[in-house]
Design a binder for this molecule. Structure first.
Ligand code: PLP
Length: 426
């Protein structure tokens, strides 16, 4: 994570700074705002970029190989769509399946099938283990944590570094504890701190000895093509690295077009070793006769090929980048010389992390809420909703329009000054 430099507090007396912050907050309360920065959803203008999807596939209904998309069949999804995303997700096309509309659903299903079935290499069903635990790099994605809570999977937080999860901690834990069956990873433009895993981290994840023979990396590459700069950041090929290290079944790769076309009305992907793909397919076949190929055909006709995806993502970037720039500019203007906050400067993805003094995040979110600015609950970035330092706030600027983003972040900065100076004076 890149952070702004931590600078000492201003030179004026603490009481005067607090007085000014209180005045600014009273002013904010008086504005009667009703603004929402809670979830990283695409804006309506971003969704408009895919408006043609609503008119597709027109009267076309055959895939490249002649499959009639209106009928059952092609349980692995359309080959041309799998080919289009094979490079982005770094999974050979024959090991990549396109199914359903949500990658989170696929993660859910993998957990359920590992609990109720037996993943390749497992001595028994996870449901029959005394304890099942997952490593959770923090800050992380709240819905990963909700899945663990839902299934009684213990969560063990490990800190994120500028290169990905703290691998000294990860390797120590997985080597010692056979109950640790997995790790959540958002390897590129991570949700929420924007980090991209370094090659060394990818290699260490692939090669590390694990006490559990059925250990799985849940590689949620949700932001594989979601660049905010000219640099199309790449992350190491986890599946290839695991195979080369003699652990071909270690990685489950997930992705979707949720933040490429329509959120929740796109196509999801799962990629892994042939054994894992056969395992998931075997279980999924009981649940569904096949995927929605009409939607897949629509996506093929709309996105066309990998270059089509890149061009489309540049159009998203043109809408998203000014909002991220506005957040960073306003944070620098409002908090840059206060010593009260640091923040990430992501090169892609959907989020910025704002770090406030320990013990202040929940209070900042509460004060912002009182002023009509809804933020993601403090703690959501940590297992069980508990950030032990109470210092991380997730900022998701994609959904509101640009003017609102600026207004929201100024308001949040006012709350940070108020709460931070109150704490200093107390
Ligand atoms: N994974 C991550 C890291 C996300 O941030 C999100 C959405 O915010 C998802 C998965 C959800 O993806 P899908 O819509 O494919 O279920």
């Amino acid at each position: 994570m890149t952070t702004s430099a931590q600078v000492p507090a201003g030179t004026g007396p603490a009481a005067a700074r607090l007085e000014e912050a209180r005045r600014a907050y009273a002013d904010l309360l008086g504005q009667g705002l009703s603004l929402d920065l809670t979830r990283g959803k695409p804006s309506a203008r971003q969704l408009d970029l895919s408006a043609d999807l609503l008119r597709l596939p027109g009267d076309r209904h055959t895939a490249a190989d002649g499959t009639d998309c209106r009928n059952y069949g092609a349980p692995n999804g359309l080959p041309e769509l799998r080919e289009m995303f094979s490079g982005f997700l770094q999974v050979p096309v024959e090991q990549l399946i396109a199914v359903g509309n949500s990658s989170l659903e696929l993660m859910h299903d993998c957990l359920v099938h590992a609990l109720l079935g037996t993943v390749p290499g497992a001595p028994r069903r996870w449901a029959d283990e005394d304890r099942v635990a997952f490593l959770c790099p923090v800050p992380g994605y709240d819905r990963h944590f909700s899945l663990c809570e839902r299934f009684g999977i213990e969560m063990i937080p490990v800190p994120m570094t500028a290169e990905g999860p703290d691998m000294a901690e990860v390797t120590r834990l997985v080597a010692a504890d056979p109950a640790i069956k997995g790790i959540w990873c958002v390897p590129k433009y991570s949700n929420p701190d924007g980090t991209t895993y370094s090659d060394a981290v990818v290699r260490a994840l692939a090669t590390m000895p694990t006490a559990a023979p059925d250990f799985r990396i849940f590689w949620d590459n949700a932001y594989a093509v979601h660049h905010l700069t000219d640099e199309e950041t790449e992350v190491g090929d986890i599946l290839g690295a695991c195979t080369a290290a003699g652990h071909p079944d270690r990685a489950f790769v997930f992705g979707s077009t949720s933040k490429i076309t329509f959120a929740g009305a796109g196509v999801a992907f799962f990629g892994s070793s042939p054994a894992n793909v056969a395992w998931l397919r075997g279980h999924s076949a009981k649940r569904s006769i096949g995927p929605d190929k009409v939607n897949q055909l629509r996506h093929v006709l709309f996105l066309r090929d990998a270059d089509g995806v890149r061009a489309h993502m540049r159009r998203h970037r043109a809408l998203l980048r000014p909002k991220f720039d506005a957040v960073l500019r306003v944070l620098a203007e409002e908090l840059g010389d206060t010593g009260l906050a640091t923040w990430s400067t992501p090169k892609g993805g959907y989020f910025i992390v704002l770090n406030v003094p320990d013990g202040c995040a929940a209070e900042v979110v509460r004060r912002a809420g009182d002023a009509g600015i809804a933020l993601t609950p403090a703690g959501a970035t940590h297992p069980y909703g508990k950030d032990p330092r109470d210092s991380v706030i997730r900022v998701s600027p994609s959904y509101p329009d640009l003017a609102e983003v600026e207004q929201i972040v100024r308001g949040v900065a006012t709350c940070v000054r108020l709460v931070g100076y109150e704490k200093q004076v107390a």
